[in-house]
Design a protein around this ligand. Structure first.
Ligand SMILES: [Fe+2]
Length: 526
């Protein structure tokens, strides 16, 4: 099918060499015997395009394990998604597309292993903000040869326009948002996905590893829940139409299984890495989340308690909770139960920010808003009510389920633009029922950009002192998290970057923490 004579020459083709495949190639959602392959074709005029694909055991594309063809057109925004079946389990494989007489670059991917598995290693990322900085994290991950998959915990794109959040440096960096305004229509969301997929570091990462992604809020709109979002007002039109547009574009442009089904769209799903790990990806955002609590402008202990007490406020929604319980029971034959989800699980009480944060230093929010946050912090409320801290009854129920059904539960999170480790201890408990590893942002403004510190690490030190169950915190750097699972332990390594404002950067492992299998209740080991 693919021209044999030019196979070898194109096997190492770089991401920008093709005008047909200018948005790159990707793979995702592996099973034991299949993988989603993704690309997009660029055309000069509207038409239907036939696209051929091949999956092989070698990068020269000579040992073909599976192949086929499909068609795409404007109704799919010329995106191509194939479920390539017939693949061997636990193997590194290679794939390539052909359309309009052109071959794509060759991508590398990996299927899920079966049976006895000794080691699994993930890159865990979240919050990739294109206008705020370069995707240096993606470039670093692309260069690794020891990873099984990239787990993206959401905020894969941001919805804001050129005068919105985190766009101050966009012009200088050559990363002005497209379109230049906030996203609302299908056309808008498609154009933004196309811009993110045009980034060369994103293309390098996606061509080298399978992606397992869940959305957070910004794939749709800020601080979303099942029926709306803080970032969507009635003046902006119908929430249902905006949501459906964003979800359709997401399913077109991401190498994810399944189909968009409006508010019933299901992205929670499980990946089994043989007997070693069950990776359970959750939707804490749009499937069943009730609205975030409101503790009032005049914060008192009573207003905090009253806002948080409602036992009916759920984070996952009842149907996803039932699904999770079933999966946890079935995953009890796995050594590790890894829950990949969006938001901070641990309690995080705000310290009094007055001695820590300087409202006169320029930050990413207005001085007025910052002063409001500082004022409220004096009552030590939960730091952010959009996290599980706003859903304490549902969190206790989650902890009860983990205590009952999981053997070695590990929770992954992102969203907060902070690097963090937490031991998760129920309200009336003494010992952890699980541990939490949170990845920092790929390129979003970090927490210390939002809350400018009076002196370096003042915020970190204040938050750690207020929350002794937090075992690691960095509020100043973008980065990613490497998680390695073996029969004996789960190790988290936080890679931090000195800058995302230049493509020249330095990275280092800032912290390594592990938990031993069978000893979660002892918490982290250094
Ligand atoms: Fe984010």
């Amino acid at each position: 099918m693919l021209a044999a004579g030019i196979r070898g020459r194109l096997a190492g083709a770089g991401p920008h060499e093709s005008s047909v495949f200018r948005h790159g190639i990707a793979s995702g959602d592996p099973t034991n015997d299949s993988i989603i392959l993704w690309t997009r074709v660029s055309v000069d005029a509207p038409r239907t395009v036939e696209v051929h694909w091949q999956l092989a055991e070698d990068p020269e594309m000579t040992q073909i394990v599976s192949s086929g063809h499909t068609a795409t057109d404007a109704s799919k925004d010329y995106t191509v998604k194939v479920d390539a079946t017939g693949a061997p389990a636990g193997k590194t494989l290679f794939y390539q597309f052909q359309a309009l007489g052109t071959l794509s670059a060759v991508g590398r991917t990996r299927t899920l292993p079966i049976g006895q598995v000794d080691i699994v290693r993930f890159a865990v990322v979240s919050c990739s903000n294109h206008p705020n900085g370069f995707f240096n994290v993606y470039r670093e991950i692309a260069a690794r040869s020891d990873l099984d998959a990239v787990l993206h915990l959401g905020d894969y794109i941001y919805e804001y326009g050129a005068t919105g959040y985190a766009a101050e440096d966009a012009e200088a960096l050559g990363r002005i948002p497209l379109p230049a305004y906030e996203l609302h229509s299908l056309r808008d969301y498609r154009q933004r996905h196309a811009q993110y997929k045009s980034d060369c570091d994103s293309q390098a990462m996606l061509a080298s590893l399978p992606l397992i992604a869940v959305w957070d809020d910004h794939e749709l709109a800020n601080d979303g829940w099942h029926g709306g979002a803080e970032g969507h007002s009635q003046e902006e039109g119908s929430w249902a139409m905006r949501r459906d547009a964003a979800i359709q574009a997401y399913f077109e442009w991401m190498p994810i299984r399944g189909k968009p089904r409006g508010k019933k769209t299901r992205i929670f799903r499980e990946f089994r890495y043989g007997s070693l790990a069950s990776l359970i990806m959750l939707d804490t955002r749009f499937r069943g989340r009730d609205p975030q609590p409101y503790i009032g402008d005049e914060v008192t202990q009573e207003s905090i308690d009253a806002a948080l007490a409602d036992p009916k406020r759920r984070m996952l929604g009842r149907s996803q909770e039932r699904w999770l319980r079933k999966r946890l029971k079935r995953a009890a034959d796995s050594k590790w139960q890894v829950l990949g989800q969006q938001v901070l699980v641990s309690q995080m009480i705000s310290p009094d920010l007055e001695p820590l944060v300087d409202p006169d230093k320029p930050g990413v929010i207005s001085k007025e808003r910052l002063q409001g946050i500082i004022e409220r912090s004096k009552k030590n409320p939960p730091s952010v009510l959009d996290t599980w801290d706003g859903y304490p009854v549902a969190r206790e129920d989650l902890y009860a389920d983990l205590g009952k059904y999981a053997i070695n539960p590990v929770l992954l999170s992102g969203d907060l633009h902070t690097n963090l480790a937490a031991e998760l201890i129920p309200e009336n408990g003494q010992k952890p029922v699980a541990v939490e590893f949170m990845t920092g942002p790929v390129s979003s403004p970090v927490m210390s950009d939002v809350l400018p510190e009076r002196k370096p690490n003042a915020l970190r030190d204040g938050v750690l002192e207020q929350n002794p169950w937090l075992k690691y915190l960095d509020t100043r750097h973008c980065g990613w998290l490497c998680v390695t699972l073996t029969q004996d332990e789960c190790v988290g390594e936080w890679y931090l970057l000195d800058t995302v404002k230049s493509r020249d950067f330095r990275s280092w492992i800032d912290k390594t923490l592990s938990v031993r299998a069978g000893e979660i209740s002892n918490g982290f080991q250094e």
